[in-house]
Design a protein around this ligand. Structure first.
Ligand code: HEM
Length: 129
C-alpha cells in the first residue's frame, strides 16, 4: 500500500500550477530577479520549475524525462545569486504560497514546503554579495 504523497496531500497538479504561476507573476515585475531570466517569455521557465517541484514532492516525473538529473547548483551557475537574489526569490515564493488556501495547504504542510524552499534557496547561492 502506497502512502499518499505530499503532492497529492496538498491538491496535486492544480496547487503546484497555482504556486508557480503566482511566483512568475511576481518575478515579472521584480527588479532584482527579472533581469536574471535570459528569455523574454517566462513561460518555459515557469514550466520547468513547476515540473521540478511536482517531481520533488512525489508527483509526475516529467521533469526528469525532459531535463534529466536536476543538478540545480550547476544549472544556476550562470546566474549571480547572492543574498539579494535569494531574498527576492523567497519573497516571490512566499507571496505565491500564501495564495493557497488552508483547506489545500494546512499549517503542517505549509511549514514543510516553506522550510524546503528556504533551504533550497540558501543552497543555490553562489556569490557572497
Ligand atoms: C532555473 C534563478 C532558486 C529551481 C532558473 C533560472 C534562473 C533562476 C534565472 C533560469 C530560468 C530557466 O530557464 O528555467 C533563481 C534564483 C534563485 C533560484 C535567483 C534564488 C535562490 C531556485 C530554487 C529552486 C530552483 C530554490 C528549487 C527549489 C529551478 C529550476 C530551474 C531553475 C528547476 C530550471 C532548471 C532546468 O533548466 O531544468 N532559476 N533560482 N531555483 N530554477 Fe532557479
Amino acid at each position: 500500500e502506497q502512502a499518499t504523497s505530499f503532492y497529492d496531500a496538498v491538491g496535486g497538479a492544480e496547487t503546484f500550477r497555482r504556486i508557480v504561476a503566482a511566483f512568475y507573476r511576481e518575478v515579472a515585475t521584480d527588479e532584482v530577479l527579472r533581469p536574471l531570466y535570459p528569455e523574454e517569455d517566462l513561460g518555459p521557465a515557469e514550466r520547468r520549475l513547476r515540473m521540478f517541484l511536482e517531481q520533488y514532492w512525489g508527483g509526475p516525473r516529467t521533469y526528469g524525462e525532459e531535463r534529466g538529473h536536476p543538478r540545480l547548483r550547476m544549472r544556476h551557475h550562470p546566474f549571480t545569486i547572492g543574498p539579494l537574489e535569494r531574498d527576492a526569490w523567497l519573497r516571490c515564493m512566499r507571496i505565491a504560497v500564501a495564495e493557497i488556501e488552508p483547506e489545500l495547504l494546512d499549517d503542517e504542510h505549509r511549514k514543510v514546503l516553506l522550510d524546503y524552499l528556504e533551504m533550497a534557496a540558501n543552497s543555490l547561492m553562489n556569490a557572497p554579495w
